[in-house]
Design a protein around this ligand. Sequence first.
Ligand code: NAI
Length: 455
Amino acid sequence: MYDLIILGGGPAGYNAAERAAENGLKTLLFEGRALGGVCLNEGCIPTKTLLYSAKIYDYAKHSKEYGVSFDGATIDHNAVIDRKEKVVKMLVGGVGASLKKLGVEVVSEFAKIKGKSSAGIAVEAGGKEYVGTHLLICTGSEASVPPIPGLRESLKSGFGMTSREFLSNRQLPKELVVIGGGVIGLEMASYMCSVGVKVTVLEMMDYIAGPTDREISSTLQKNYIKKGVSFILGAKVTSIGSDCVNYELNGKTQSVKCDKVLISIGRRANTKDIGLENLGILTERGAIVTTDEMKTSVPNVWAAGDVNGKIMLAHTGYREGEVAVNNILGKSDRINYNSIPSVIYTNPEVAAVGETSESAKAKNLDVISQTLTMKYSGRYVAENEGGDGIVKLVVDRKHQTLLGVSMIGNYSSEIIYGAAIMIEKAMRVEQIKKLVFPHPTVCEIIREAINQIEF
Ligand code: NAI
C-alpha cells in the first residue's frame, strides 16, 4: 500500500516523486521507457546539446567578424550525437540516483489503471497489482501523427522522422523538409542549417513560431532566411510521397523534393491505453481535464505535465507536479499559468512570458506596447556583430503593471525568468524602475525599455 502512485517518470513525475518522498509519502513511480521522459531522453536536453555544438560551429564560421580566425572549422555530426548520448546518460543516471536516495520505489514498467478498491486506487503492471491512496498521472505526450496520406508509411520507411528519430539520426540528409514551423521544427531546422543541410520549412499559418509576438517571429524568420533556410508559409501539407512532400498553397498543389522529412506538427497527450475509463477520468480533446490544483474529475486522482494538454513545457510539468504533491500533503497550492516563460533555442534565442501585443488585443486589454532594439545594451552590441535583437514589453495602462515580455537576441533564455518574476508579482513600472540591473549585461535591456514607457 502506497501513499502515492505516479505513472510516468518525466519532469512532472520524477520531480513530484522527489518532493513527495522528501515529505514522507511512501511513493511508487512507474516508468516504462526511461527515467527523465521525453525531456531528458529525446527532447529538451538532446536538442540543446546538438544546438550548442552548432552554435560553437557558427561562432567559428563567423569568428573573423570578431577579429579571430578559425579557418577550416568542421563539425562531426556523429561526434555530436555521441556527446548527446553521454550528456543524456549522465542526467538520466542523476535522476535515478536522486530517486533512490530519497527512497522512491521505481518500477520499470508501463502501468495501467485498474479501478478503485476499498483500500484505494489500483494499478496493474507486469501482472502485479499495486494500490495507493493517491494517483498522479504524468504520462506525457507524443508527436501528433495526423492521418495525412503517406505520413505513417514515411515513418515506417525512415523517410519521415519525428523529433524522437531525428535526435538519434546519425546520417545527415542533403535536403530536409520540416513540416511545421513551431518550436520543434525551428530548433531542428536551426541545427540542420548550421551543419550545412538544405532546409525547407512548410508552415500552414502565414507566420512561424505559433503564439510568439509577430514582430519577433518575423525577425527570427529573417535571421534564418539569411542563414539559408527556405520558408513556405500558408502551405498545408496534404500528402507525403517516397521522395517528396506535397502541399496546398493558394489552392494549388505543389511539391518539394527531399531525402528526409521531419514531422513537427504538434504533440498529443498520452492518454490511450492507461485505463482512464476504469475510473471515469474526464478528458477533453484527448487530454486529462485538470484544475489549477491539478485535480482531475476523480477524487484522489491528479494529473501533471503534458498529459493535461495545458502548456506542454517541462518546467510547467515540474511546477504542476509540485502543486499536486503540495495539495496531497494538505498544503493548499495553485499554479499560475500567466507567468510561465517559454524559450525557442534558435540562434538568436527567443524567449517570452505573459501577454504579447496580439494576445492582449485578442483579450481586449488596454495596454501599452513598448519595443526597443537590443542595441541599447552595450554588452549585446559588443557580442553580437550585426545583431537585430529586440525586446517588447506589454504594460497594463490602468494599473501600470507589466503583463508581458517577448525578446529575441542571445541570453534571452537566461533573462526571461527575471521578467517572469516581475509578472508573477504583478510589479508596477515604478517598482521595476527602482531595481538595479548588473552592468554591462543584456538583461539591462528590460530596464531600458521600462524607462521608455510613457503613460
Ligand atoms: P507546435 O504546435 O509548436 O507547432 C506545430 C506547427 O505545425 C504549427 O505552427 C502548425 O500551424 C503547423 N502545422 C500543423 N499541421 C500542419 C500541416 N498539415 N502542414 C503544415 N503545417 C502544419 O508543435 P511542435 O513544434 O511539434 O512542438 C510541440 C510541443 O513541444 C509544443 O507544445 C512545444 O511547446 C513543445 N516544445 C518546446 C520546446 C521549448 O520549450 N524550447 C522545444 C520543443 C518542443
